[in-house]
Design a protein. Structure first.
Length: 94
């Protein structure tokens, strides 16, 4: 069985190089900023997306944030997102 790192690398390889590069950089940054949290990886083929969530437990529903990687964009999802002021919300496209 492939290691988790090689499995994740093969998932990133399914995206355009620019998207994969940005997703890896965001993942690296989140791992540095959120030490000790579990990193949960989901592949949603029906949505053509890869979701990486960061949770204090192995339960995705407790995640504090997640990266959702799509073919032409990456979303950063925050658990308290609906409570953020509009001036604190932004979106970037690749």
């Amino acid at each position: 069985m492939p290691s988790p790192a090689s499995q994740l690398a093969s998932l990133f390889a399914q995206y355009e190089p620019a998207t994969a590069k940005l997703a890896k950089a965001l993942r690296r940054h989140l791992r540095q900023r959120l030490p000790g949290l579990f990193e949960l990886v989901y592949r949603y083929e029906s949505r053509d997306s890869l979701v990486i969530s960061y949770s204090p437990s192995t339960t995705g529903g407790e995640a504090v944030c997640a990266l959702a990687v799509y073919p032409h964009r990456i979303d950063l999802c925050l658990a308290g997102g609906a409570k953020l002021a509009k001036s604190e919300i932004g979106r970037a496209h690749v």
